[in-house]
Design a protein around this ligand. Structure first.
Ligand code: SF4
Length: 466
């Protein structure tokens, strides 16, 4: 496998030209095929057989995901699957449903499989009161055996956090946390309905560190209303001063046809221009790398001694629904409404609405709404797209070996389609490999789209790629 090397330093002016040229809607490729391909008319018998196959090997690692959908108030930019409520009893009722879903899933899982990754996402996992977190911990540890070095992470909303929440997730085994920050500018925070003083974020980090969390990651978003390159520069300075281990700098995904609350930004007068967004991204890259962080793949940054940075450097980085990860080869089993499970040959997604999810679990069936069975071609393209999204570029010999076909012959049309991207300096074509440049790293989604066999069947529906 080829280690990622970036040889062309990006420059703002040509990059702006390219953004105008290539800023089209496209997937984020946390999976391939992407979720719009999932179907309700999936062959359920074939899905069951796939899960059976997946559980034959007792040594095969597991990655677990628990979706906690509740938030007390809606952030207007939010693209997550949420249930907005202040009703605290929702937490206990939902843990009861997760208990039932785990009991329903247990018979199809090989109990000897080691868990190497656990993630709590949402919504807001810290909506759960500490005693409900402890209840969930008991049932998770009853069903699963954890590897000693398992990476167990939780998404945290500093606005609703107490020290008791932190300690409860630590007792459960969490050792990594990611905190939503988005922007530290009070005007931007008011414009997006998310008021979060910097001191609150700093206090959350202090509690996490004191409690023994090994890694703290901060999430930022560029492209929000009232943001300017200058204000976002101040946000970057503010978060660097908090000394996180990792950062994620996401582009705001404006998809009001999927997320109606975003219609509040529809006149776009408060949204920054594409040029301003690109300047924010490039400023973030410049400032974070100057502060000692390594840029990972598309939008993540980590300290050079962080295992994510090490995996990026040695070419073993992977991408899944939670973003970039070092834990390769684990089957993903998701629990809770809207969660997605992924095994080598299939995706399954739970009901996206709480009443449907609740009804299915209460009726005693697995709450699967839709799914997808991967063809051989899908699996091969998944490997190619993963190499692109992880910044590795394409090593023809490695892909030929892993895919079991002559890569440059089988993908000749796709490789030929990269000519304009090479001319524009996004990649360099060598005799036996494609190298992605620093500039190209801003356009990984565009490069990956050239290998997506499903894209022509469902154009549109995605956010802009930059
Ligand atoms: S807290 Fe997170 S999940 Fe909840 S509404 Fe805000 S952005 Fe969305």
């Amino acid at each position: 496998m080829v280690s990622p090397r970036y040889t062309v330093r990006p420059n703002i002016e040509p990059a702006l030209e390219l953004v105008r040229k290539y800023n089209i809607p496209g997937p984020r490729y946390t999976s391939y095929p992407t979720a719009p391909q999932f179907s309700e008319s999936i062959d359920r018998e074939a899905l069951r057989a796939e899960v059976g196959r997946d559980n034959l090997d007792a040594a095969s690692p597991l990655s677990l995901y628990f979706h906690v959908p509740f938030c007390e108030s809606l952030c207007w930019y939010c693209g997550c699957t949420t249930v907005i409520t202040k009703r605290r009893t929702s937490a206990g009722e939902y843990i009861g449903l997760l208990e039932k879903e785990l009991a329903l899933t247990a018979p199809v899982l090989n109990p000897a499989r080691p868990v190497t990754q656990l993630h709590f996402g949402g919504g807001t996992p810290t909506f759960l009161p500490p005693e409900e977190i402890d209840r969930l911990a008991t049932v998770i540890h009853r069903h699963f055996k954890f590897a000693p070095d398992s990476e167990n992470s939780v998404e945290i909303d500093p606005r609703r956090l107490t020290k008791e929440h932190v300690e409860a997730f630590r007792r459960l085994g969490c050792n990594r946390a990611s905190l939503g920050v988005q922007d530290t500018n009070p005007e931007v925070q008011l414009a997006v309905h998310r008021w979060q003083p910097l001191e609150q974020t700093a206090e959350a980090i202090k509690w996490l560190r004191e409690s023994g969390f090994q890694s703290v990651s901060l999430d930022l978003i560029y492209g929000l209303p009232l943001q300017t390159p200058e204000s976002f520069t101040k946000t970057i300075d503010d978060v660097v001063a908090l000394n996180p281990d990792r950062l994620a700098v996401f582009s705001y995904a404006h998809v009001p046809w999927l997320k109606p609350a975003q219609k509040i930004f529809d006149d776009r007068s408060q949204l920054p221009s594409t040029e301003a967004k690109l300047t924010m991204l490039m400023t973030a890259v410049a400032k974070l790398t100057a502060a000692g962080y390594v840029q990972i793949g598309m939008d993540h940054f980590a300290r050079p001694d962080d295992e994510l940075a090490i995996a990026f450097a040695d070419g073993t980085l992977h991408r899944n629904f939670q973003g970039y990860t070092t834990r390769a080869g684990a089957s993903l089993y998701g629990f809770g409404m809207s969660s997605i499970s992924e095994t080598d040959g299939a995706f399954r997604q739970n009901y996206k609405e709480l009443p449907d999810y609740t009804a299915a679990v209460e009726a005693g069936g697995l709450p699967i709404e839709r799914g997808y069975l991967l063809s051989l071609d899908d699996r091969q393209r998944r490997a190619v797209i993963s190499d692109i999204m992880c910044g590795r570029g394409l090593d023809f010999a490695s892909l030929t070996r892993r895919l079991g076909l002559d890569f440059s012959t089988a993908y000749a049309p796709e490789l030929a389609s990269l000519a304009d991207l090479a001319t524009d300096g996004l990649l360099v074509r060598h005799a036996n490999r494609i190298e992605i440049t620093d500039l190209g790293r801003l356009f990984l989604r565009i490069i990956a789209m050239r290998f997506d066999a499903h894209l022509t069947k469902r154009p549109g529906g995605f956010s802009q790629t930059v």
